[in-house]
Design a protein around this ligand. Structure first.
Ligand code: HEC
Length: 98
């Protein structure tokens, strides 16, 4: 008596996840990807260009960069960063800067 169990369930293949090549800013390369600070950083600093990695510059350079970016943000009426947001983002950059 033979049993032909050839019909392997294909369930595992049906649910393959989408890749992360969507258009939204991907935080995958950032330190502490899911922290509140990383998310705020990605949301604020990834909408006009790719999110720069914190390691790209020293903290002093980031400090000088912030007002420039805030000007871009203001120029495009994108909503000023609150003091809390700035503090969060700068603390994040400080922690992970070059
Ligand atoms: C409103 C659009 C906008 C937002 C939001 C924005 N930037 Fe930029 N960013 C620019 C533009 C435009 C440039 C091109 C250089 C320039 O004109 O200042 C730039 C360039 C840069 C560069 C590259 C400078 C270089 O040396 O090559 C870095 C780094 C940067 N931004 C960081 C940030 C950070 C950090 C934030 C979040 C606080 C941010 N940006 C948010 C518009 C933006």
């Amino acid at each position: 008596m033979k049993k032909h169990l050839c019909l392997l369930p294909l369930l595992g293949m049906a649910l393959s996840a989408c890749s992360t090549t969507g258009s939204g800013p991907s935080t995958a390369h950032l330190p502490e990807t899911t922290s509140e600070a990383a998310v705020a950083y990605a949301a604020r600093c990834g909408s006009c260009h790719a999110i720069p990695h914190p390691k790209r510059y020293s903290y002093n350079v980031w400090l000088r960069m912030m007002p420039l970016m805030e000007k871009h943000i203001a120029d495009r009426n994108m909503g000023k960063m609150s003091v809390e947001e700035q503090t969060l983002v700068l603390a994040y950059l400080k922690q992970h800067a070059q």
